[in-house]
Ligand binder design. Structure first.
Ligand SMILES: [Zn+2]
Length: 382
């Protein structure tokens, strides 16, 4: 295991933050895997999963069983982690004003297209090499004026040519779920079955993308531009949502790390401890797959105290009152406003911030029918 440090720009005199990363396996070996946690710096379960994964990888390396390359970033956002506001870590948005830490990684497609347009041919391996080199070059030229843009550039410089990209996040109070692109649905279902995740949300690659999609979008657009040439995108780039913000304990994280480790073994990135264990694979049930346009993200319509009428993973019927908002500035008993489901599906994410106002995201209901109000604009919620 090699440890490296990347220093970020000083945000104020006398201070400087840095990224730590660990390298396993052989540099430039394939498959290359990149794993990070805490890009949204207030989402901590993935941080603990990585702490349990590191000893597994270190032991694997000590026995010469890593065939690919693995880069692990144990905390991907020291900038956000330091944004402590009166006792709360405000880790989703940059207080310096650059926006959501999981958006705006730069459009890598124009420089990549310019670099490879006249060089792509019918050799798939050669095309992959050309595009990966162009992606690395494009990342090296990304602007990095602010601490946050330096951070994003540093992360991409480690990950942009990987075959597998795992970005570990979590929701408020939620079941484990994965966001993947629809082109990788089969592979993402397989990952869910390895990790024991019950929900898979799929989305397109047009428009604004998050960290995971940043790795796929240039390939997707190249394939559209050059339909007769082989330019296969990386094997898998996903956002892995390790349940809710408070779901942090050693038992969960140890099991999650082992499942992720075993998935890497299945993908031939490494060999697990014994030849016998190679044949004993834990396969969980198939996940419920929902296009993101069929996942209702329910917003509060009024100001008050939110009360749920059901727990996580309850099947909700369209038209059902599954929650109420108590209007505190009016007397009971007529001050409860119903929150009515607009689709049939499973209540799989809730908020733990119960004093709500109009526009607050209060629930996710994973359905199957495309929702009219979810078809337009940017669907990204992670
Ligand atoms: Zn997140």
């Amino acid at each position: 295991m090699k440890t490296e440090t990347i220093n970020l720009a000083s945000p104020s005199p006398g201070t400087q933050r840095s990224l730590t990363l660990y390298r396993f396996g052989n540099a430039d070996a394939r498959p290359k895997v990149y794993i990070q946690a805490g890009l949204h710096a207030d989402e901590w379960p993935g941080l603990l999963v990585i702490q349990h994964l590191i000893p597994l990888l270190r032991d694997c390396q000590a026995h010469g069983r890593i065939t690919g390359e693995i880069i692990v970033v144990p905390y991907a956002n020291p900038v956000g982690m330091g944004q402590n506001v009166f006792g709360y870590t405000a880790g989703r948005f940059d207080l310096a004003g650059t926006g959501n830490f999981n958006r705006n990684f730069g459009d890598l497609y124009p420089p990549v297209k310019e670099a490879v347009a006249n060089k792509l041919g019918h050799d798939e391996g050669e095309n992959q090499r050309l595009v990966r080199d162009a992606l690395k070059e494009a990342v090296s030229r990304l602007p990095a004026e602010s601490e946050a843009s330096q951070l994003k550039k540093a992360l991409l410089s480690l990950s942009i040519d990987a075959d597998y990209i795992f970005d570990l996040h979590c929701d408020d109070h939620s079941s484990a779920h994965i966001y993947a692109v629809e082109q990788q649905t089969a592979k993402a279902k397989d990952l869910c079955q390895s990790l024991g995740f019950d929900y898979l949300f799929t989305e397109g690659l047009d428009g604004i993308v998050a960290f995971d999609g940043t790795h796929l979008q240039p390939w997707y657009r190249l394939a559209q531009e050059f339909p007769d040439l082989p330019v296969p995108m990386p094997a898998l780039a996903v956002t892995v949502e390790y349940r809710g913000q408070y779901d942090i304990n050693d038992e969960l994280a140890e099991a999650d790390a082992l499942n992720l480790f075993n998935y890497l073994a299945e993908q031939k990135v490494l060999f697990s401890a014994t030849p016998e264990s190679e044949t004993v694979k834990t396969r969980y049930k198939l996940p419920l797959v929902s296009p993101l346009g069929a996942v209702d993200t329910v917003l509060a319509q009024s100001t008050g105290l939110l009360i749920y009428k059901h727990g996580l993973n309850t099947m909700i019927q369209e038209g059902e009152t599954f929650a109420e908002i108590i209007l505190l500035d009016q007397p009971p008993p007529s001050n409860r406003q119903p929150v009515i489901a607009r689709t049939q599906g499973v209540l799989m994410a809730m908020t733990h911030r119960k004093l709500v106002k109009p526009g607050d995201l209060i629930a996710k209901i994973a359905g199957q029918s495309p929702l009219e109000h979810r078809q337009a604009g940017n669907l990204l919620q992670l």
